[in-house]
Structures are given as C-alpha cells and as structure tokens.
Ligand binder design. Structure first.
Ligand code: MEV
Length: 332
C-alpha cells in the first residue's frame, strides 16, 4: 500500500497570463487530495467527489490518473485499487487536478519503487504533463509546481535572479513552444500571519475550456495581449508587496488583477458579486484560477467575517493559511 497527499493552490496574481509566459504567483493551501493505492485482484476506483464505494476503473473518466499510470510509469503490475479523498472543491480553480496528479504520481512511485525518494521537481513535471494532456496541450506548470513544492511559487517565462530558482520546464502548445522558470520565495511574517478565504460559487468550470476560451478571444482581438502585459505589471507590484509584507498593497494589486481578468472574459456575475462583497472586510479580493465560476479569494485578517460574507452571497467558504507544505508520502 502507498499513500500520498498533495495540496491545492491559490493563484494570487497572473492566472491566464502565465499560460503565455507572463509571471504568476501562487501559494499552496491547507486543503488537498490524498491518494491511497493498493494491489488488488481487479481495478477499482473510489473518489470522494462522487462516491463512497469502489467503482469500475474507467480510463476515459480518469484522464489524469490514466495518463500517469500508462504514459508516465508504463505500469504493467497487478490491478490497483485507487482511493481518492479530497477536501478541495472540484473544477473550482484550486488546482484539484494538479493535486490529484501529484498525489497519484507520488503514491505510484512509492508503490513501484519503495526504496526511491520522492523528487519534487520530477513530481511537478509529471503533474504538469498530466494537466497539459487533459487541457488540449495548454497548461502552465503553476498548479503542479505549487502543489509539489509547497510554500509560495513564482512561475515566469524567464529566470529571475531576484528569487530562488528551482527548475525550468517547457511545453509544446498549439500556439508554439512555451518555457517557464519556477522560483520559490519566502513570505514575509505579516503575510504568513494573515488569511486567505476562498469562496466557491458552486459553478464548476473546467480549466481547459477557460484557457481555450481566452486563446480564441486573443486570436479575434490581439489587443487583449496588452491586458496580459498589464497583468504582468500588477503581478510584479503584488509580488514586491508580498515580499515587504505590505498587506494593503497586496490587496490593491489583487483588486486590479480582478479587473483585468474581467476584461479577459473569465469572470462571472457570481464571482463579481462575491469579490465586491468580501472587499468590505479584506485587503483585496479577486477571482482565482481559471474563472468562469470556480472560486474567488480574499486576503484578510478577519477570516470569519469574510467567510460569512461569502455564505451570504450563496458561496461556500474555505479558510486557509498561506503557503502550506508541498506533496508528501503518508505512513500507511
Ligand atoms: C489554472 O489554475 C490557471 C490558469 O492560468 C491555467 C494554467 O496556468 O495552466 C488559468
């Protein structure tokens, strides 16, 4: 038996723009996905999102898992019983599929190579390729790297010496080859002591569809590339504020980022409503992740009040600290 846990993530700045090589900043959150693997007589899967009992394992219904078992590990061992437990909202912009891929990759590595140590960079790359495979070849490594490394991660089209460089990666997308450098930054104490409150609209939005939607809007209206550049400037300002522990400035950057994401066409009335409502008791708030539903995030020192505001808007809140630890194996 092998069990692994990988956290979800919250993008503070730069979603969508990062797919085109602009920087993004993301933190690992407390909630995540646990995958437990057992050898068995027949293939079975239990996913707490959908069911309380084992069901027949269907490859097409589990694209990330199938890709990892077959394409990454070329697994030809005995059938597996795959038990997935998640406390993340699904298809909600919190990196649930990257967390699932990373936890699956770590657990399968443990099961097939019990003596081998888990390599976080390798794991992040496995997660990224599984995401890209499920998202028509367009995915940045943001979700998988944040879930694997934990803490606060900056993903950027170019290596930047201001931050600790961790690894580089690339992907062939329908728009050509993209390259990213993944960095890690330390969070200022004031930031680590504040709270993120995520609010789920209840509307699931597959990331692949949202990313393709932005790609086709960019094709029709190339002026939108200027908005990507504007998001980059906001991301850089937000990052500086994060490093200085300036909560007000982080909040202003979050608010500005939301406005730009609206222009890219990825916000919804429910997100806009929760974002404006939660600004009363937070430093700033914005949609997070792919949008089209999914989640918003607020930075606050009053998490209970913000959670209440989210509930009043009909959303489901999730309170998290900043920068949880990255993927790890659990004792069975
Ligand atoms: C998804 O969490 C964030 C996007 O930027 C897509 C990606 O980075 O692959 C929308």
């Amino acid at each position: 038996m092998a069990t692994a846990f990988a956290p979800g993530k919250c993008i503070l700045f730069g979603e969508h723009a990062v797919v085109y090589g602009h920087p993004a900043v993301a933190v690992a959150i407390d909630a995540g996905v646990e995958v437990k693997l057992d050898f068995s007589d027949e293939w079975g899967i239990k996913n707490s999102y959908y069911a309380n009992e084992y069901m027949k394992y269907q490859e097409d219904k589990n694209p990330h898992i199938h890709y990892i078992i077959n394409d990454v590990f070329n697994y030809d061992g005995p059938p597996l019983r795959i038990n997935i437990e998640s406390n993340l909202f699904s298809a909600a912009g919190l990196g649930s599929s990257a967390a699932l891929s990373n936890a699956m990759g770590a657990a399968l590595h443990k099961l097939t190579k019990p003596e081998g140590k888990i390599d976080r960079i390798e794991l992040a790359k496995i997660g990224h390729s599984a995401e890209a495979n499920a998202q028509s070849g367009r995915a940045s490594p943001t979700d998988s790297a944040t879930s694997s490394l934990g803490g606060c991660v900056v993903v950027s089209g170019k290596k930047n010496d201001d931050w600790e460089h961790v690894f580089d990666t690339s992907l062939m997308t329908p728009e050509g080859e993209r390259k990213w450098s993944i960095h890690s930054i330390d969070l200022h104490e004031k930031i680590s002591n504040s709270w993120l409150v995520l609010g789920f609209t209840g509307e699931a939005a597959p990331t692949g569809d949202m990313v393709s939607g932005v790609a086709s809007r960019l094709k029709k209206n190339p002026a939108l590339y200027d908005e990507m550049k504007a998001i980059e400037n906001i991301t850089k300002a937000g990052l500086k504020a994060l490093e200085l522990g300036n909560l007000e400035a982080v909040g202003i950057a979050m608010n500005s980022c939301h406005e730009k994401l609206k222009i890219l066409g990825v916000s919804t009335p429910a997100l806009d409503n929760m974002v404006s409502m939660t600004r009363q008791h937070s430093f700033g708030s914005k949609l997070t992740g792919a949008g089209g539903g999914g989640c918003m995030v607020a930075l606050t020192s009053n998490p209970e009040r913000v959670a209440q505001e989210i509930e009043i808007c009909g959303g489901r809140p999730l309170i998290s600290k900043f920068g949880s630890k990255g993927a790890y194996l659990r004792e069975n």
